[in-house]
Design a protein around this ligand. Sequence first.
Ligand SMILES: Nc1ncnc2c1ncn2[C@@H]1O[C@H](COP(=O)(O)OP(=O)(O)OP(=O)(O)O)[C@@H](O)[C@H]1O
Ligand SMILES: [Mg+2]
Length: 505
Amino acid sequence: MNLIIKSKKIFIPLFFKFTIAIVAIVLTFGTINSYLIYSKVYDFIKLESEKRGVLAAKALIESLSEELLTENYIDVQKSIRNFKKNDSSIEYIFIYIPREDIIIHTFTDGFPKNLIGINSVNSSTDSKFKIFESLEDGKKILDVGTPIENGVFGELHIGINENFAMENVDETINVLWIMVTIFLAVGILGAFLFSIFITKPIIKIQESADAIDLSPDKFYTVPEIKIREKIFGKFKPLFRTEDEIDILCSKFNFMLYRLMNAYATIKAAQDKLLESEKLATIGTMASGIAHEVNNPISGIKYAVKRLLKNPNNIEQNKEYLEMMLEATEKIESVVKNLLNFSRKENFEMCEFDIKEIIKKVEILLAHKLDKGDIELFLNINEKDKIIYGSPSHLQQVLLNLILNAIDAIRTGNNEIKKIVISVTSDENNSRITVEDTGCGIAEKNIKNIFDPFFTTKDVDEGTGLGLSVAWQIINSHNGSLVVESVEGVGSKFIIDLPKKGNQDA
Ligand SMILES: Nc1ncnc2c1ncn2[C@@H]1O[C@H](COP(=O)(O)OP(=O)(O)OP(=O)(O)O)[C@@H](O)[C@H]1O
Ligand SMILES: [Mg+2]
């Protein structure tokens, strides 16, 4: 019997599982870190920019207070331009004096009007901040608006390029992602090596398990499994320590050893059982033969005695001689069946048309079928009709099965009286079934029907050898003969025969 274990689960190698885990961990770690760096450093830089803007604005207002009071706006203009030049992160500076509607600024191409009111200080005495995106180049700009003389005089605005500050953050994050990529590469390589280290021995154990051959001559030679011999061969003293896989391997070897022992014990027990079964069969056969042969012999003995007593009574002698003939025929049939039971030499195996054999059997049994008012049906496809076996023996098997079916239908009281023979086949076997609507077999008898001399029929009607002979013949074909039966409903005998070339399967 072949036990094929099929798993329905999807197979994902350990390497992929390790890799998925590592990629997930490293990517999560990288993303969380970049987010933290981005938000924390960005907040910090923003705060620093604000502080720097306020300090710069205050310093400028301080240094320009005189020029502003004397309305020397040309010098104010010069000073703020100089101030801007010294700090490359400053995008613009402008002073808005609402009461005179004057704007002093550092823009070379004219003042963009939309800047007025974008971060209005109004009446506030503290600086105000606003981040906006420049319309021209999309740069992020932090506008620091600071009131001059508590807002009475006007307001000074410094625009600080935020992108400039963010470049530092971006650089840090870039470095982090380079590190993440390196970690990923090292991690995947590690996963690869680790999985080889773990899976190679497991595959070896798996292959050894697959290779275990339970046939008697090979089973005892199951080799011990050795793992990691090659990897560690040279560096054994350095690396060869034990881990879980080594323990698994040695446990597996131990299991093999125990399996071998258990197998040997079972084999011995089975042989013993077979031996005792054989003895039991011989016993049953001997008593069966004695019974089957004794009855006609006593009949003959009785007839001979009568003949001797009255040798001149021709009429009576004829009757006794007929009785003797019947008894010898009975003995002859028992002997014939017995010979069939043990003889194998006449097996002439060939491929033949089973339909022809069934026809012959039908002709032989025609009168019995007619007498019992029984119909015989044949179910067979052209492609299934060629069977491999010994035609004469298989004819006898069919004859025995159909004879039994006829007897069963006669005993039973089913209105439908029919026997159906079906032949089917697959690539390895041919299957012949003989199904009847007879009395069926009592459950307690099913296990015995293939035993020699087991019969439920009267002494004159059956010897109990038909099915055992059939079983013996099918067995010699390396096939199988089984029965399915429901008492009162009918029986089905199933013969499976290997096709040509499939005899050892
Ligand atoms: N188709 C069947 N339906 C019901 N019972 C069956 C059928 N075939 C066999 N049996 C039972 O199995 C027993 C054994 O059958 P088997 O053919 O070996 O011997 P037999 O028919 O009794 O005698 P023989 O075939 O030697 O003349 C039968 O006595 C019967 O009880
Ligand atoms: Mg029979």
